[in-house]
Design a protein around this ligand. Sequence first.
Ligand SMILES: *Cc1c(COP(=O)(O)O)cnc(C)c1O
Length: 368
Amino acid sequence: MSDSTTGTAPTFAVTQNPAPASAAERAHRMDSQPFGTVFTDHLAKATWTAEQGWHDHRIEPFGDLVLHPGATVLHYGQQVFEGLKAYRWADGSIHLFRPEANAARLATSAHRMALAPLPEADFMASVEALLTVDEQWVPSADETSLYLRPMLIGTEPCLGVRPSRTVEYVLLASPVGAYFPNGVKPVSIWVAQGYHRAGNGGTGQAKTAGNYAASLLPQQQATDHGCDQVLFLDAARDTYVEELGGMNVFAVRRDGTIWTPRVTGTILEGVTRSSVIELLRAEGREVVERDISITELRDGIADGAIQEAFACGTAAVVTPIARLVSPDHDVVVGDGGPGTVTMALRQRLTDIQYGRADDVMGWMRRVG
Ligand SMILES: *Cc1c(COP(=O)(O)O)cnc(C)c1O
């Protein structure tokens, strides 16, 4: 049993996969597969019960979960998750980007969904244990990484509506190729019509499956309108820009200032978002966290007051936005190509993540 009160790191008991992928098979599966469709040879797991707390920390061969059909996660969506990456540097070493921030956010998300939070020491130990057994799954080609997906799920069989008294922690790992294999391509954005991802007092600030479930239909509508991503406005007034389905947004203004929606409780506070703000401020740029109305964004893009826009998140890092589309407008940002501030920022951040630049912010954690 782990000591969740003192934060002592637990030991993960390892059961090796008896039939891991061969080197050739691994190389084949790591080569340009769609995002999140290839998994490593193992999983990290831990179990929580009201009586025992967190216990049975273990590494198992990758395989299906056994769940009771009455498990709360299946009926009432009691789930939270995280997303972070392990990067292989040129010298072969493996590094994580600000994993403590993901551990802390998993705990606050868990609190909102009435799930037992996983102690930060357990989170870190799980990542280290999985990377020890699946080290060879961390790719080394340019802009590739091993994407880590920790989650907590309510597993108690109970159709009554109340929090589960048993929780399972599962950590999956998926090698991912460059997000833009053919060079960074700006995305087009559809403004959600009549749908919102979060309301005051809701779960918008938690990284939980239900927020994504609610975003699928508006995302489909974005696709139907020829756009790559959907932009959500605030639910109360249908006026203020919040974020994309899974990325935060920024606008670069002609006067040199950079705007991003302020965190109000209905926006997921991205680790990339806060890192971008810190990097820009360290360069002497003024970053303003404020309410941004859709009219301000649209008119600013149309009249050139806004010269660049970008989205950011762990998966796509920093992605230029080229177009903003709704039934009554269709505006192109700048000349429709990737902006210089956006691309310099993307380079700055990935240089730190891949060890090509000094980690002046102290963000990287070596794990192997
Ligand atoms: C995960 C997520 C983000 C980005 O967060 P990062 O920590 O930067 O990866 C933004 N919005 C939503 C809704 C998310 O779930």
